[in-house]
Design a protein. Structure first.
Length: 125
């Protein structure tokens, strides 16, 4: 089990991320619980996709703003802002993946981490 670094309430962090994704119509919102997989990467992945690069960027911005305002933490690291096809937001305990639909289909993170518990979230699934 990994030592937590950033959030005292990981479940609140995950819920805030899912709400932000859902509020901007993120598609097929999924949480992967990695705690029992034997990995030290993170506790959770939260994944969604969007239909345009503009929407990918907007969802990522909304997540960052909502987590800062509601949970009080900033991302440890952000990747993918240059091409906005796949933005990764690392909150240490939770890693967020906001994909363009074609990139999500190509990389299939849910399949790569098939041994993780999969939780389907949001109303737009």
């Amino acid at each position: 089990m990994r030592i937590r670094h950033q959030s005292e309430n990981t479940e609140q962090l995950v819920a805030t991320i899912v709400e932000a994704m859902d509020s901007l119509k993120g598609k097929e919102i999924v949480t992967l619980d990695l705690r029992e997989t034997g990995t030290n990467v993170t506790d959770y992945f939260v994944i969604c996709h969007a239909n345009s690069k503009t929407q990918v960027d907007a969802i990522a911005d909304k997540i960052i703003d909502e987590v800062r305002d509601k949970v009080g933490i900033k991302p440890y690291h952000i990747e993918g802002r240059d091409n906005t096809e796949w933005i990764l937001i690392d909150f240490v305990d939770v890693v967020v993946h906001v994909f363009l639909q074609s990139m999500r289909s190509y990389y299939q993170l849910e399949e790569l981490w098939a041994d993780a518990e999969k939780i389907v979230n949001g109303e737009n699934n």
